[in-house]
Design a protein around this ligand. Sequence first.
Ligand code: 5CU
Length: 363
Amino acid sequence: MPIVDIHTHIYPPAFIELLRSRTTVPYIRNFPDAPESSRLIILPGEDDPSTPSTSRGRPIGPEYYDITQKIAFMDMHKIDTSVISLANPWLDFLPPEEAGEAARRINDDVDGLCAKFPGRLYAFGTLPLSGSAETVVKEIERLAGMKYMRGVIMGTSGLGNGLDDPALDPIYAALEKHRQLIFLHPHYGLPASVYGPRANEYGHVLPLALGFPLETTIAVTRMLLCGVWDRFTNLKVLLAHSGGTLPFLAGRIESCIKHDGHLKKEGKIESRRDIWDILKTNIYLDAVIYSEVGLKAALDASGADRLLFGTDHPFFPPLEEDAQEWHSVNANYRAISKTFKSDQEAAQAVLGTNAVRILNLHT
Ligand code: 5CU
């Protein structure tokens, strides 16, 4: 039975070159107080001069861009197939006139990497979202014809105004038409003010543990509220980090909708699909949540046939220099094995057969 990792990132060499050429976030730099190691600075505000150098971004080594390291990581963790995706912040930061060409180059590069390891690598493509909707649709059409592409990865900003922006409708329509799934992944977190004046003392814990999942939850709720899935009933979205907090908050979201006087006056309450229907029809959830408590919420919300194993490699490596296996990966394996201890078939589905079926993989 195959093990498939659907949440695993790469920055292809051309993208690394671009990051090294930049001086504003996102970029790669060697800081004077630690000149021997390059650091990857991607999250908003993480290069604030008051931030200690150990907290400025993260060390970056070949595991971020060398595909042979991805394969070695897969071998070490018994992963047969990975569906790789460009990591955040994707192409969101590019000037509009550069976005289309950059997306074509990166997607060709990534498809080429997959071709070197047939059966072991597939990919989610990248969209030129700082460009026009027309440019994005063209790239979706091109991706639909590429051998190893199985959907697209995108963040929560859409074309700049979030995922409830009506300007995204042609993009949603193209994705639905070409049966390309969206792998929705956070990047921007929450406004820095919510983390408080002592945030610098806490490393990346607040933005990664809470900012990321809440960003995803808010983005999906906005899609729901503006009726994306009422208009595009076959649009499929795979949510990173087991849906952020969506499985846990779905009941509250639904209740707030049903009790909202403004929505009632506008006639928007009865004429819509509810969140539970969408969770079981349009949404898939990855199993990158590191504990069975969160995984059980995801299971209850969407069902075992909609959960997919992931690692988030190359993020969250072990901090010990001599470590081999990654604790973060083993935590996800353990959560699956505890959650499905009396249902081996469901465990296998989450580990790989769901991905094979949903993404049409040939492992
Ligand atoms: O550690 C991090 O900052 C990240 C990130 O930026 N993106 C991701 O997918 N996981 C961890």
